[in-house]
Write a protein that binds this ligand. Sequence first.
Ligand SMILES: Nc1ncnc2c1ncn2[C@@H]1O[C@H](COP(=O)(O)OP(=O)(O)O)[C@@H](O)[C@H]1O
Ligand SMILES: [Mg+2]
Length: 144
Amino acid sequence: METIVTNSAAQTEQVAAKFASSLRAPVVVALFGGLGAGKTAFTRGLAKGLQIDAEVSSPTFALVHRYEGAHVTLCHYDMYRVETWEDLETTGFFEDFDSGCILAVEWSENIENALPENTVRVTIQQGETDTQRVITIEPPTTNT
Ligand SMILES: Nc1ncnc2c1ncn2[C@@H]1O[C@H](COP(=O)(O)OP(=O)(O)O)[C@@H](O)[C@H]1O
Ligand SMILES: [Mg+2]
């Protein structure tokens, strides 16, 4: 497990961009942390790191935004309103995993028992100042 402290949204994006190069699809990047923690900022950095040139915005209403890059597709989920297994199935989450996406999942708290083995857990917590964040990155328990 790795812990990183950032002091701006730009820094969080940079951390995510660097981390993105270690990802091999299919994989879930499960984001944990409350409103305003920086989950969307982190996902923006992932897109950059994956060389996807897109305006990453919160998929609050659509539930998922898919950003297609030259090398990989980033599927950005917001599970805030996903409450049941049926809800989850209708989002396309399992199909996206099976088709080899990198999935960035906000509000992973809501689908914790559906997360696949190949899940990296990223937790973002408020630090000592308004703009400080403590980010922990926990790789899958079995790395293949
Ligand atoms: N160190 C930091 N890392 C990420 N975001 C930060 C940081 N400091 C301040 N912020 C601000 O916090 C907010 C995070 O928003 P967002 O990424 O949408 O959070 P979430 O998706 O978790 O609700 C943004 O307004 C961003 O500018
Ligand atoms: Mg968000």
